[in-house]
Design a binder for this molecule. Structure first.
Ligand SMILES: CC(C)(COP(=O)(O)OP(=O)(O)OC[C@H]1O[C@@H](n2cnc3c(N)ncnc32)[C@H](O)[C@@H]1OP(=O)(O)O)[C@@H](O)C(=O)NCCC(=O)NCCS
Length: 200
């Protein structure tokens, strides 16, 4: 197992190209409670669909780096990060991606839903932000929750992300176009607010 980091009771490891990890994703992405917030009930995943979408990532054939979130050594969710290529992240004209040296994006869900609202998401997001700035040389990181997902937005704000803009009708979720809330944190903003926190 390749860990990005382990910090107390939480850890993030790279997703592996094996049936155990694909089955975890298939279990989570077929749970209606989670689908209501991620992908939508109309986009449930069986094992075959998981392998089709996630195997190229786990085999490092795609730029997205897929990872498993662990809590007390148990797999509880999924997080991914990626370098944002110019034009590869639909943020309209108001953000000039070319003005950044190395912008990253991230995205996550906690699949074991009894772990929601316990501060775990905030710890995970803060840890990955820190990893991307300190180990991957990112100069800014973006995240794009849908505007109705108040818990995700609150979690990202607590983690250090700052609201930038709303983009109307950006993503389809259960048959309806939904607005996205684009949030970001630059290395300077992160350093200013987190100087007292040692790197994990
Ligand atoms: C989004 C997610 C990763 C957040 O992780 P988490 O561990 O549940 O979040 P945390 O407990 O760290 O923080 C949640 C915050 O939102 C608040 N919150 C919860 N429900 C809320 C609501 N309906 N409205 C406003 N705030 C809400 C919590 O009170 C908490 O804030 P507080 O500490 O100030 O009280 C997790 O809930 C999840 O996986 N949800 C389903 C999938 C999803 O939405 N993924 C994100 C896609 S962008």
């Amino acid at each position: 197992m390749e860990y990005l980091f382990q910090n107390g009771d939480i850890g993030i490891r790279k997703m592996e190209d094996n049936i155990t990890d694909y089955k975890l994703i298939a279990k989570w992405l077929s749970t209606e409670e989670l689908l209501d917030y991620y992908e939508g009930r109309s986009n449930s995943f069986d094992l075959e669909k998981v392998i089709k979408k996630f195997a190229p990532r786990a085999k490092e054939e795609e730029a997205v780096v897929p990872c498993i979130i662990e809590h007390n050594q148990k797999a509880i969710g999924y997080i991914q990060y990626f370098i944002i290529e110019p034009g590869g992240y639909d943020v309209g004209d108001s953000i000039n991606m070319k003005s950044y040296r190395l912008p990253y994006g991230m995205d996550l869900f906690i699949g074991e839903t009894d772990n929601w609202n316990k501060g775990i998401g905030t710890m995970i997001v803060r840890s990955l932000i820190s990893y991307l700035f300190n180990n991957k040389n990112a100069d800014i990181i973006f995240i794009d929750p849908q505007t109705w997902n108040k818990r995700a937005i609150r979690c990202y704000e607590k983690s250090g992300f700052i609201p930038m803009i709303v983009i109307k009708n950006r993503e389809m979720h259960d048959g309806e176009y939904r607005d996205s809330f684009i949030m970001s944190v630059s290395y300077e903003e992160w350093k200013t607010n987190n100087e007292h926190i040692p790197y994990l």
